[in-house]
Design a protein around this ligand. Structure first.
Ligand code: HGA
Length: 610
């Protein structure tokens, strides 16, 4: 995904911009570029296809000192990866723009700008923004006002940084749907799409809010909100604990990664949704074409990713009405299958190097699937390189072997995909708006689920001396029960089995006694009454119940029944929120048992062997 870095300083900013881009490389990109205001009064631009290292080489051969500059890593949505399409985009020789996001009405804007004499040199939606601002600048002779007037004509999602040779001492920035942060320095200020880009130069940040626009100068930052009223955004210090390579205040990487989930889920939706819609092109340049005639989805994955695929099957069939099959890669690759016409082959893998998943993908490419799509966390991975369409999760590096934030961001990406697919299959605008609202609510709901941490820690004592446990769920919460059981197995070594609650009476009920804790996820959905009956079956046999439910589920704690309440969530996003307490439960049980939480015995993080 695209990255933005910018600086307004009294020292040469080229090194700061390049280092910032390096730090954003993990997000994945196809080209990079920068523009600096030279001391000669000219805007000097360098752009390269490929890695930031190639840009650094190009900058080294034509160094152009400058104290104001903007830079970008591009992940193409409109127009192929090429030098001409790389950012910054310019209007004439004096105005340069970098942009993250998508301008939805770029075709009509381009037509009217062409009619006004502007010439286009790229296929991007971004170039429209450059010319639009220049058009307004000619009227206002004021860059800030020009950006304001131009953005009022834009539809879509964007974070923008703009510089102009006629006003060489500042950068104007704004955000609407894509993140942007201002790094506060001493006698210099910075901008970036992610604070990690600026850590070598500052640890103080102001986060712009939706609709904010800022005038960033060496010695001042002036922000106005959507209504053009001056606003102060609080300065927060970077918490060391957010650095992926460091545990910070947390005892284990796993706990830190559980706590990162609200932030990384938000990062996975950012730039891909507006207030009410999913931006299909943010899922890939060809997303529209590839999704149009999909009649069947075949999901392939292993372990935790397989559970994400199982949740997605409920979503895809319910929202898109498209049949969906899910299978573990190690089985799929060794059996003969019948491929239905127009089947999309969808692989899910955190590392993108999972040997079984890759082998299945390589077979599928020869076998006549419509297209191969990947959901993955590592942009440089084989899976990403070999797929036609990719949705990158924005979990950042996951160090704990037991996957947590990778799972919930996979689910988030899968829901974005499902909505995009469903739009080709009759999903109404109103339903889309309802689902996107649920996506917007996710980070705060996940944060609320994390508030149960202390209560779950207390409750975990009941599991420490147990050898077996049972996890129950129904509907899309059944795979969540599977994932909860897997977490407990992986790090506490307690045998945990998950069942769809309706299956209890067909076998596993025989195991239930007072030594067998039974964990259940029970949001208030249309399966709740059925689930409650299943829980009665457990209680009647002396089983101790641990239930995660929302207030509307009307369940209360009593002898042998422990109910922990989660705020009410939309039924579609419930699997994401209800995963969190099960992760915490596994974590605290493992800590009490004294196991190696981050590197459990016999397991590896990225399973690159068969
Ligand atoms: N639409 C722009 C920027 C793409 C982007 O933000 N990707 O993450 C382009 O295609 O250049």
């Amino acid at each position: 995904m695209c990255g933005i870095v910018g600086a307004v300083s009294e020292r040469d900013v080229q090194g700061i911009l390049l280092e910032g881009l390096h730090r954003l490389e993990y997000r994945g990109y196809d080209s990079a570029g920068m523009a600096v205001m030279g001391s000669d009064g000219q805007v000097n631009r360098v752009r390269e296809v490929g890695k930031v290292a190639a840009l650094a080489d190009a900058v080294a051969t034509t160094p152009s000192r400058g104290i104001v500059g903007i830079a970008h890593t591009r992940w193409a949505t409109h127009g192929e990866p090429s030098q001409a399409n790389a950012h910054p985009h310019m209007s004439g020789q004096r105005l340069a723009v970098v942009h993250n996001g998508i301008i939805e009405n770029y075709i009509e804007l381009r037509d009217s700008l062409r009619a006004d004499g502007f010439e286009f040199t790229s296929q991007t939606d971004t170039e429209v923004v450059a010319h639009l601002i220049e058009q307004q600048f000619r009227l206002t002779a004021d860059l800030y006002k020009a950006v304001q007037a131009a953005t009022s004509k834009l539809r879509g999602a964007y974070a923008l940084a703009v510089l102009h040779a006629d006003e060489p001492d500042h950068v104007v920035v704004c955000r609407e749907g894509s993140p942007l942060v201002i790094g506060v320095g001493i006698g210099e200020n910075f901008i970036a799409s992610d604070q990690l880009a600026l850590l070598p130069v500052t640890d103080r940040f102001m986060f712009l809010e939706e609709g904010d626009m800022a005038d960033v100068r060496r010695d001042s930052v002036k922000i106005r909100d959507r209504d053009n009223a001056p606003v102060e955004r609080p300065i927060s210090r970077f918490e060391h604990s957010m650095d992926s390579a460091d545990k910070g205040e947390y005892r284990h990487f796993m706990l830190k990664e559980i706590y990162e989930q609200a932030r990384v889920i938000k990062a996975t939706t950012e730039g891909r949704i507006t207030k009410t819609r999913v931006l299909e092109q943010a899922l890939g340049t060809d997303a529209g074409k590839l999704l149009e005639n999909v009649r069947h989805v075949q999901i392939i994955a292993c372990g935790t990713s397989y559970h994400a695929g199982m949740v997605a099957r409920y979503w895809i069939e319910e929202l898109a009405g498209v049949p969906c099959s899910v299978e573990v890669a190690s089985e799929f690759r060794y059996r003969k299958h019948v491929i239905q016409a127009d089947t999309l082959f969808l692989c899910i893998s955190q590392s993108g190097e999972t040997a079984d998943t890759l082998a299945a993908l390589r077979q599928a490419k020869k076998a006549g699937f419509r297209a191969a799509m990947a959901i993955c966390n590592v942009p440089s991975s084989s899976l990403v390189r070999e797929s036609d369409l990719v949705i990158m999760t924005q979990a950042g590096p996951e160090i704990g072997v037991a996957s947590t934030k990778a799972f919930t961001t996979q689910l988030t990406a899968l829901l974005l995909f499902t909505i995009a697919l469903a739009k080709h299959n009759g999903l109404s605008d109103a339903k889309e708006a309802e689902l996107v609202e649920a996506l917007h609510a996710l980070p705060s709901q996940v944060a609320a689920a994390l508030d149960l941490d202390d209560a779950i820690e207390e409750l975990s004592a009941a599991f420490v001396d147990k050898h077996h446990s049972l996890f129950l769920g129904r509907g899309s919460l059944f795979p969540v029960a599977l994932e909860g059981a897997l977490k407990l197995k992986e790090i506490s070594y307690i045998h945990a089995e998950a069942y769809p609650a309706g299956e209890l009476k067909h076998g596993p009920l025989a195991l239930v006694d007072s030594d067998m804790p039974v964990v259940t996820v029970a949001p208030n959905n249309d399966m709740l009454e059925k689930l409650k009956s299943n829980l009665q079956e457990v209680r009647a046999r002396g089983g101790e119940l641990f239930i995660f439910a929302d207030g509307e589920s009307r369940m209360t704690s009593e002898e042998g029944i422990h109910v922990m309440q989660i705020p009410a969530v939309h039924p579609i996003t419930a699997p994401i929120v209800y995963t969190v307490p099960l992760q915490l439960l596994a974590y605290h049980v493992a800590v009490l048992k004294g196991t190696d939480v981050d590197q459990p015995r016999n397991l590896a993080k990225s399973v690159t062997v068969e």
